[in-house]
Ligand binder design. Structure first.
Ligand SMILES: [Fe+2]
Ligand SMILES: [Fe+2]
Length: 151
């Protein structure tokens, strides 16, 4: 059976790859293509965040009522990532590709530090404590957006 750890870690890598494509496009100043790639990244990332916010986090909070420290940190990091995505979007729309590329770099580091915490702490907790709830796990997995390849 696919574990939360395996599926969500693979999805982190898939999102990273799409974001790397965005960065490549920015370097080449390929406006329309970059816009498309960034839109795809946001759909992928929103699918991932939704699966965490709507399914995994509430499931963990139900197992550990009152002990939701790591979950609330993850939620606030999602908000920071979304804000940074808005900034990248605006910069791409204004054709400010160099500044957009710098902001994508920042987005990359922010996501890496967020993802490491999830992969080392949160997902192992999910696999350990949600084992008996196959339905919740299946729902979380179904919310992930499959990558559509890179271009
Ligand atoms: Fe997350
Ligand atoms: Fe994640």
């Amino acid at each position: 059976m696919t574990t939360i750890q395996q599926a969500f870690t693979a999805d982190h890598r898939a999102c990273d790859e799409t974001l790397a494509g965005v960065e490549k496009g920015l370097m080449a100043k390929a406006g329309a293509e970059t816009d498309k790639a960034f839109a795809r990244f946001r759909v992928q990332l929103e699918g991932h965040f939704s699966a965490e916010e709507q399914t995994l986090f509430p499931a963990l909070e139900a197992v550990f009522p009152g002990g939701s420290g790591p979950v609330s940190v993850m939620r606030s990091e999602h908000a920071q990532v979304r804000d940074l995505c808005d900034s990248v979007q605006e910069l791409i729309e204004r054709g400010e590709f160099a500044r957009a590329a710098q902001t994508v770099d920042l987005l990359f580091s922010m996501l890496q530090s967020h993802n490491i915490k999830e992969e080392q702490i949160l997902y192992p907790m999910c696999d350990r404590f949600l084992q008996s709830n196959g339905e919740q796990i299946a729902r979380a997995l179904s919310q992930l957006v499959p990558p559509t390849g890179t271009s």
